[in-house]
Design a protein around this ligand. Sequence first.
Ligand code: NAG
Ligand code: NAG
Ligand code: NAG
Ligand code: NAG
Ligand code: NAG
Ligand code: NAG
Ligand code: CU
Length: 816
Amino acid sequence: MADNPGFNEHIGSSFAVRENVERKSQKAMKCFNFVAHLLVLLVFIVGLIGGILIGIYAYHGISSKSSCQDQPYQYTDRQASATTMPTTNIQQCPNRNPQDNTPYESSLFAPLTKKEMQTVSEILWQRNYITTIGREPRSLKESFILYIYLHPPIKEDAIKYLYDNGTNPGRYARVHIQRGAEQVPDIMEYKVGPLGSFTGITVTPLTRPGEIHFNSRPYDALEVKAINDILKTDMKALETLMRESFDGATYPEDLFIFYDNGPPGMKGTERETRFIIGFGTPEDEDVLYLLPLSGTVHCPWTNVSEWYPHSYYYLNQGPYRTVFDLVSAYNSNIIRKVRLPAGYRNTLRKTRYPKRDIFLPLREHADQPGARSYMPQGPRFSISGTKVKWMDWSFHISGGQLKGPALFDIRFKGSRIAYELAVNDISLVYGMDSSGHNSIIYMDATYGIMGGDTPTTILRDVDCPSYAAVLNTSYWNSADQKAVDMESICIFEADEQEALWRHYTASFAGGMRNRHLIVRVPVVIGNYDYTFEFHFYLDGKIYAKGKATGYILSSFWDENNPHAGRDKTRDAFGYRVSDFHTGPIHDHMFGFKVDMDVIDSNNSLEVIHWKAGDILDALKTQSTITAVPPYFIYNQTRYLEYETLQREQGFRLNYDAQKFFVVVNDNKKNRWGVKRGYHIAPLATGAQSLSEAHPAMKALSFSKYHVTVTKRKEEESFLSSIYDINRMDNPKGHLELMLNNESIINEDIVNWVTVGLLHIPTSEDVPMTTRVESGFMLKPFNFFDTTASFDMPQYFEDESNSEREPAFAECIEPKL
Ligand SMILES: *[C@@H]1O[C@H](CO)[C@@H](O)[C@H](O)[C@H]1NC(C)=O
Ligand SMILES: *[C@@H]1O[C@H](CO)[C@@H](O)[C@H](O)[C@H]1NC(C)=O
Ligand SMILES: *[C@@H]1O[C@H](CO)[C@@H](O)[C@H](O)[C@H]1NC(C)=O
Ligand SMILES: *[C@@H]1O[C@H](CO)[C@@H](O)[C@H](O)[C@H]1NC(C)=O
Ligand SMILES: *[C@@H]1O[C@H](CO)[C@@H](O)[C@H](O)[C@H]1NC(C)=O
Ligand SMILES: *[C@@H]1O[C@H](CO)[C@@H](O)[C@H](O)[C@H]1NC(C)=O
Ligand SMILES: [Cu+2]
């Protein structure tokens, strides 16, 4: 145990007790804190004395109170640990702050800072681009900033600067302005910069006036507020209906209006906002408990006095032109009604709050802390601004509020592997049998992946180990026209506690523990929390993932739904998952931009076909052979067909015709003469199944393919447009538009990788969808001459040799 190198989980040691004491005191629990602290300390001392006196190794957990509520099942007090560990001379582990004070502003790629965003807003205010600064816009007739984020440098300039002593291309902001003050309101985008000196900043339009129709804009706080105001009188008119139907609930005390049932109309020139009523409050929107009452608000342009609600539905009965038509139908008893049982509302909070169910007995040992990792000699990574270095890897962390996190200039062992590896969008398409929110389509970049309505905050010790470094990024809060800081990214070396490789023979035993660097970005988008991560391995692999957790969106379970199955527990769109709700089916498709630069930007895509067939057909792919040589014992074989892809193309995974997608550098060979490359391996478990006939399939074209290769262009920087789902009749920025048959041989190419999963919610998704994930691997493919990880100490043992990873001195996990 003592010569076990590297990270070490110290289960059962006295450090766990000590560490727990410290953690408890940090967390400033609201109740029992002092008592718990004393108790734990007491138990600790008892444990130590016990350990010294008895000197036997036996592990028991410590006692603690987790909650100040009355608990039917209490944690039991247990004997504290007694260990054989020496209790003296154990120091805190040496630690080093991996982050220096390099300002983000000095980097080409770091996300824009709060200060830079403020500078941008001041410039735009001074030059009359906006009519409000530093305060909430008063009406939709104002011009104000929707988003500000980094506009990355032109790649060629950046490469010259980074590799060839070129000049610094500077930092620029991309700004979206909602121009309600214009004669014909629209959205405009601008490039603003170079930031830094206030005087030299130019503002360059990236769109033409009117190009982005006002009615295809993303939602903003003002519109939601205006619609809320318009619906007030209708909600009043519905008071009795709501009270009778929904267990005495009233608006806005117990009910809220949910608007995110997008898109707002079938055309970019229309704006029809569907809404649905749910239990909850505006501060605590509860999409788990949506109710069968919905409508639509006609809300184009900026003149709110021309907006009106229409198309009311109650228990899928409608449409009623006005709320009074619905109320009159309801009062004259000509429609089917729902009566939620008295007291039902009181059960909701309890069933929905993701806390321990105190009526269930604790699992055995659940009162003990679980296994942990720590860094016995401080971090092996360093972060300068947002540039990260670890074990011959280096890259810059970047990104912005709409498209999410991005990495730039990824190098391994001095070679560039990728110029950009970035999240671009997440799409979800729902099916459900419910008015108001059937056929929901989300493209999450339209809401903002990294700082939409909810800032991200790393939950230390949940999202990442407590020893992780945390980076702040900023996003622009358009509601109050201010930049906001958030603790959004964590970086750490992970101990996978498994073998990266192992082999055991009669003559030797060898292996290497799989440690890797993780960049993790948890984000909140409405009901779902997504986590994006990039894993860097010692052997040159990169693993990118998207994960989903959070609340499912529900639809009302109507006992007498005429479309439900015979037993009424499921319909064509999903299962009943609670008293009155079903979990409608949907997918989660994660779209990534993968701009590989295998050594340099002159790359090609090899598509290697994994085939099976006749021996002769296999041999004929490489030679003019006419007869099968006698040593082949079967007529059938596997074989490969190598194709250098000539032109831009999208691919779907197909298990009947499997392919390897390899980005190669035609001009760079490994020691064996083979073109050096990286394999892009999508690990999707789902695919887009909607046909071209679906009206959103153009806007969503990135979801049709798992891998799409295009020639890289500055003006084709993302695989989707944030406006397209709101103008699906005329989308202008989606992936398929890039597929125009251009040559991709020995070119700078981009692979757009979409991986996703299909979600059939079941009862286990209530209250919480526990993590599901999808991702892809970037794997060296003849890139190195040999396995890349043997420049590190290994575990190796034979008759005459013994090698281990570096030894460590046991130490106390540092307080963070
Ligand atoms: C880099 O550029 C500077 C100024 O343009 C020049 O003085 C210097 O010689 C250049 N260095 C190299 C290695 O090209
Ligand atoms: C807004 O609409 C109302 C009702 O149609 C109209 O009377 C008013 O003139 C409009 N206001 C503006 C500024 O266009
Ligand atoms: C990071 O963001 C958090 C949350 O807004 C803030 O409290 C903290 O001061 C920020 N840290 C730095 C170094 O800016
Ligand atoms: C890449 O290709 C361009 C022309 O296609 C050529 O000018 C350039 O030298 C090439 N770069 C490398 C590193 O081969
Ligand atoms: C293999 O193919 C040859 C020529 O078509 C045929 O004569 C032979 O029977 C086949 N063998 C098997 C095992 O199918
Ligand atoms: C793509 O370009 C090639 C070469 O110019 C041409 O032969 C082919 O017909 C084109 N394909 C399409 C679909 O336009
Ligand atoms: Cu889901």
